[in-house]
Design a protein around this ligand. Sequence first.
Ligand code: 13P
Length: 252
Amino acid sequence: MRPLIVIGNWKLNGSLASNESWVKAVCKGMEQGMPAGRMFALCAPFPYLSQCEQLIKECSLAFLSLGAQDVSAHNSGAFTGEVSAAMLKELGCKYVIVGHSERRQMHQETDELVSAKALQALDAGLTPIICVGESADERNSGRETEVVCGQIARQVSVLQDRLADCLIAYEPIWAIGTGKVASAQVAQDMHKAIRLQLAEFNEDVASHVGILYGGSVKPDNAVELFAMPDIDGGLIGGASLNPQDFLAICQA
Ligand code: 13P
């Protein structure tokens, strides 16, 4: 059985004061009881990782952990501005997002770079959350499965069996921050296509890997999405900024 995993991606948001009240509110809500067997995390901006790690430690809930939003494809050296996987591990991270569509689009990240980042994360003992997803144009021209399965195939070719230690996030670009959530069936169909694609490589990997959905997940659509057989949780952007909305999604 794959656990349900809900991860908040704060993106470029937060402050020392708002982070503190967020973590305290979420811990308080979670202490009142969460459905068993679920895991939760927040992916904070780099400068706040230490602060969030400390706050999470104080509430000591085994099922709440920390993640980062990106990682370098290099482990050390002359790479100004980069942050290595070992540094994230040292700061208490369990997860790191790689290949988010915002980085693919705004920083020209390729599948090759994304798999190099995932390998760095795996080598440091982090779980990479590998994002894939099609644009509106690609879906409107009927190429969504080809595009997403192509992204998956390029990860398989590099990561091979190590994909079993990754999470995949299907985030259709047209659903991110737009309020246009993929219907539960549309999301399920793509998650199933991803799992079938992985099964062609290795059935064990396919049945183990968690596939999260991301894109306008809100408290009122999370129940239906998470009920789908191939949807193993969510990667939550906007709604993760509000602790009460995040809690409601975690409980969905
Ligand atoms: P929204 O939930 O704001 O649509 O963002 C999704 C996302 O990009 C999470 O990584």
